[in-house]
Design a protein around this ligand. Structure first.
Ligand code: HEM
Length: 184
């Protein structure tokens, strides 16, 4: 497992990704902006930013050995040349979620919601990176989820988010914003 990587997502006038839309799913939305900058290992200056969200990569909490093996066998990395669509989906979970024990959270995520099994259906088309924000302090979301895919897989990605949002796990989500992006 690689060391944790700090990643800052800064919305504003500059950045490699064009922001196509920002849609609230539950709770307050985020301000509109033209571009998104994704910076690894540093927090860019906020002078012209509409907002900035920061998280770190981390070790897996819930995936079991066989699931990790299945993920590693199928997943592809970020920055594939054809993956010109992206989604940044920040998620916050309820106090009730954080009050659960580890085994109870695992039961919700996988035994009852099939999050990992559902996700595997969309690999390798969708590349992903999960960032944790909760422990940083002062961050408005618990997780910053990032996905990259080709335009031809955009419909499949909609299908994926629809399936996940219909699960028991998502009853514990009290803030979610869906940000879609593209690059040339
Ligand atoms: C966590 C896989 C799509 C949101 C996870 C974990 C795995 C996973 C393995 C658990 C990591 C751990 O053990 O700690 C996948 C796969 C996907 C996918 C293979 C398909 C591309 C999505 C989508 C969303 C999402 C589309 C948002 C709409 C999350 C969140 C967590 C998470 C918020 C953290 C849950 C928590 O720790 O409470 N995902 N996922 N995932 N995923 Fe996904």
């Amino acid at each position: 497992m690689a060391a944790p990587l700090l990643v800052a997502f800064t919305a504003g006038p500059a950045g490699a990704w064009r922001i196509d839309r920002i849609a609230p799913v539950i709770g307050p939305t985020l301000a509109d902006a033209d571009r998104l900058d994704v910076a690894e290992g540093r927090r860019p200056d906020l002078a012209h930013a509409a907002w900035q969200l920061t998280g770190t990569t981390s070790h897996p909490r819930y995936a079991e050995r066989a699931e990790l093996a299945a993920l590693r066998a199928r997943q592809e990395g970020l920055a594939r040349p054809g993956a010109t669509c992206a989604a940044l989906i920040p998620v916050r979970k309820t106090e009730a979620w954080w009050d659960l024990a580890q085994d109870e959270r695992r039961a919700v995520i996988e035994e009852r919601s099939r999050h990992i099994a559902i996700g595997l259906d969309y690999l390798p088309q969708v590349a992903r990176r999960l960032h944790h924000s909760r422990e940083i302090g002062g961050e408005p979301f618990d997780f910053l989820t990032w996905f990259e895919y080709a335009p031809a897989d955009a419909a499949a990605f909609e299908d994926l988010v629809g399936r996940l949002r219909a699960t028991e796990e998502w009853r514990y989500v009290d803030r979610e914003v869906d940000i879609r992006l593209s690059r040339d």
